[in-house]
Design a binder for this molecule. Structure first.
Ligand SMILES: [Cu+2]
Length: 333
């Protein structure tokens, strides 16, 4: 238990530090300016080119990761099987891409992406410098010369929708959501005959990937929430409540079972690792709630924390027959 409390305190501390760092004024950021936080503790990463981009054409982007003192960051930690995750959205949040830039060394990454239409795009650059905590920085990309008026998304009238040949429901009751408290978010997937699908494949080391963005006229790094599904094996090992019908199996708790006061090795805890507490939502991905969840056929459950009332866009990504598919929902909290 000491270990758990220690970790919680660490997460909270990291969160409060990073929150202040992310309070910046997006108005002051030029296109060529360093992206992300502009405060003292910010990284100074750039993504180029960022203006006069052509729509509908593959464009090669270079991302140079730099620390706050402008030095390139050279070493990165793999999180969810990749050194960097890049999420590209347009200002309407109708376009969503999740890509993985290739590392070229010396802090430089490269990725080719096609931005579908004229407008303003936000890139969320998500990485972990070796020995540090998760960083999320943003870049603004301008496609075309005329920028269409942004139409912000409104909440879906139903949380059951058809994606390809699947009926997917989002099992989440917004009325139960409290700010900064962990909430389970379940995607329920059924085939055309109404049967739960049973052939999901691991994607990025988990049964799914969930990106959540809080809708706003101007997006900042703080609008980016991210969650991964509960790892069932791991969450059973993390069952802190002991209230389930099964007795707690301490042998499955190599990290949590330590009774000494050693600091927790976060890298060995995928359910919490990478959750440096930069954003509360990102600290939630399984584990801390200690719920031992049994896999339910056709269901993938994520955990996250919503920072407060608002409209949120959710993109769940899953893999089946070697192909990744995306199910998106808009909810009001
Ligand atoms: Cu990714």
């Amino acid at each position: 238990m000491k270990c758990i409390l220690f970790a919680t305190a660490t997460l909270l501390l990291a969160f409060s530090l990073n929150l202040s760092a992310s309070a910046h004024d997006p108005e002051k950021m030029g296109d060529m300016a360093p992206m992300g936080d502009m405060s003292k503790t910010a990284q100074k990463t750039t993504m180029l080119p960022s203006t006069n981009l052509m729509s509908g054409q593959p464009q090669k982007f270079t991302i140079q990761v730099r620390s706050a003192n402008s030095k390139p960051i050279n070493n990165f930690q793999i999180q969810h099987e990749k050194l960097m995750h890049l999420i590209l959205v347009n200002s309407d949040l109708t376009s969503f891409q999740h890509v993985h830039p290739t590392y070229l060394g010396k802090g430089k990454f490269q990725v080719t992406a096609t931005l579908p239409a004229n407008g303003t795009y936000t890139a969320f650059v998500d990485y972990v410098p070796k020995g540090s905590t998760q960083k999320v920085e943003i870049a603004t990309l301008k496609v075309g010369k005329t920028v269409a008026e942004t139409i912000l998304p409104v909440p879906d009238s139903t949380l059951s929708k058809t994606f390809g040949d699947l009926d997917i429901s989002l099992l989440l009751d917004p009325k139960t959501v409290r700010p900064n408290q962990e909430v389970p978010i379940t995607f329920e997937m059924k085939d055309a005959s109404g049967k739960p699908i049973t052939d999901l494949q691991p994607y990025l080391g988990a049964m799914g990937h969930l990106v959540i963005i809080k809708v706003a006229p101007v997006l900042t790094a703080a609008n980016y929430l991210h969650a991964h599904p509960e790892d069932h094996d791991h969450s059973s090992g993390m069952n802190m409540s002991g209230m389930g019908s099964q007795p707690m199996d301490m042998s499955k708790m190599p990290t949590m079972g330590n009774k000494d006061s050693k600091p927790m090795d976060m890298s060995k805890m995928p359910a919490m690792g990478g959750k440096d507490g930069k954003m509360p939502a990102m600290s939630g991905m399984g584990g801390m709630s200690g719920m031992a969840m049994k896999p339910v056929p056709g269901q993938v459950t994520f955990e996250t924390q919503f920072p407060g009332p608002g409209t949120y866009r959710l993109w769940g990504q899953f893999q089946r027959a070697g192909k990744v598919f995306t199910a998106d929902f808009t909810i009001s909290i």
